[in-house]
Design a protein around this ligand. Structure first.
Ligand SMILES: [Zn+2]
Length: 388
């Protein structure tokens, strides 16, 4: 069981190349295109996702008795149900990604309440936390009659176990976007509805189980904050490239810098930070209106160069600028977390090879929607290394 795992943290690689690149980053500048850039204050919408206890501790044991953490969206009864779901996952040795998928699914199916159903005889006489009305479904996961007796389906531990048993039978479920993994188990009429709960489900798993959504499964256990090089955290996120952040988000010197610059050599693969749909994949015009992204740019040229925008669950958007070549993905394409979307270059407003990376909330591609990628990615267990 993962509860016994020692806390492990991957050491930051601080090789000579990284050092040189980091020093060089002080001189880099980028972006400036891809829409109007204004300095605006963030509306604070992402604070909703913050709970006090989000740290990745290495001790992922979950308590189903005692006090539950407080959060605005869900009360104590609901969080205790989430804890039960996680505990069953641990007992079955399902990795933390499965706990996130299970919690997100129960959020969609029942808002984490053990529901009776007036059309299901006997269900209202059993302990319940409300009633639902979908076919003959009952319980946390709204399971239909074929899943077990009414009493079984309205026992949270039974319902969770049945969910995990089916999930475990889904081919490559750990690599699938949450929507597809949940849908393979639930066969819902509204599959996309699961994905919108992914971020909050990760937050709940982190709060109840020692930051477990921030881990990646490795042979020696679940490792905190190491989701890079194609390893995906249980939250569903990975760092787009392994590298150090040089120029930061809206610094004093660069208040209109709405992303971060990550040092990298030309040709390094850039990965989608999470599953999603490609919104934009094109050359950003420079200040003179020219579409000249196949040549290296320079400071003052303007524009993001070859760039990609991806829309993720929960209306999060990520942006990747200054690619060397035309992106390897196209508009409308669905990508998985960790999928290669292009390679590092220096196109557009750039003085050397690096990745300019942005994170936006509320589906807002403008600078108004941009948040600090360093903080956001750290909370997903896919930290961008900060050298500041
Ligand atoms: Zn930049």
């Amino acid at each position: 069981m993962s509860g016994e795992a020692e806390p492990k943290r991957r050491r930051l690689r601080a090789g000579a190349i990284a050092g040189v690149l980091t020093a060089a980053l002080a001189l880099l500048c980028c972006a400036g295109g891809a829409g109007a850039f204004f300095l605006t204050e963030l509306g604070g919408g992402d604070d909703r996702l913050r709970l006090a206890n989000q740290n990745c501790t290495g001790d992922f044991r979950v308590e189903i008795t005692g006090e539950m953490p407080r959060m605005s969206e869900y009360g104590e009864v609901q969080l205790r149900n989430a804890a039960r779901i996680i505990k069953v996952g641990q007992e079955l040795q399902i990795p933390p990604r499965g706990w996130v998928i299970a919690v997100a699914t129960a959020m969609q199916e029942s808002r984490l309440r053990n529901l009776a159903n007036p059309t299901v005889a006997g269900s209202e006489q059993l302990p319940n936390e409300g009633v639902g009305s979908d076919h003959d479904s009952v319980g946390l996961f709204q399971q239909r009659a074929s899943w077990g007796t009414v009493e079984q389906r309205m026992t949270p531990e039974y319902a969770a176990r049945k969910f995990y048993e089916k999930l475990r039978g889904v081919l490559n479920w750990e690599q699938l976007p949450l929507t597809r993994a949940a849908q393979a188990v639930q066969i819902s009429a509204f599959p996309d509805a699961y994905a919108k709960h992914e971020a909050l489900a990760s937050t709940i798993v982190n709060a109840l189980a020692g930051g477990a959504a921030r881990t990646v499964p490795l042979t020696d256990g679940h490792v905190c904050d190491a989701a890079e090089d194609g390893l995906i955290a249980a939250s569903g996120w990975t760092a787009p490239i392994p590298g150090d952040v040089g120029s930061g988000f809206r610094t004093e010197k660069r208040p209109a810098h709405h992303g971060v610059d990550i040092a990298a050599r030309k040709g390094i693969d850039i990965r989608a930070a999470s599953s999603g749909r490609v919104l934009v994949a094109r050359c950003d015009p420079d200040r003179a209106g020219q579409l000249s992204c196949d040549v290296d740019g320079w400071p003052g040229k303007g524009g993001c160069g070859w760039f990609v925008d991806i829309l993720h669950a929960g209306k999060i958007i990520t942006r990747y600028c200054h690619l060397a070549h035309k992106p390897q993905v196209s508009v409308g394409q669905t990508v998985r977390a960790g999928e290669i979307i292009g390679v590092i270059g220096s196109s557009g407003n750039s003085s050397g090879p690096h990745l300019h990376f942005e994170v936006h909330t509320d589906g807002d591609r403008s600078s108004d929607g941009a948040i600090d990628p360093v903080r956001f990615m750290r909370e997903q267990g896919a930290p961008l290394r900060s050298v500041e």
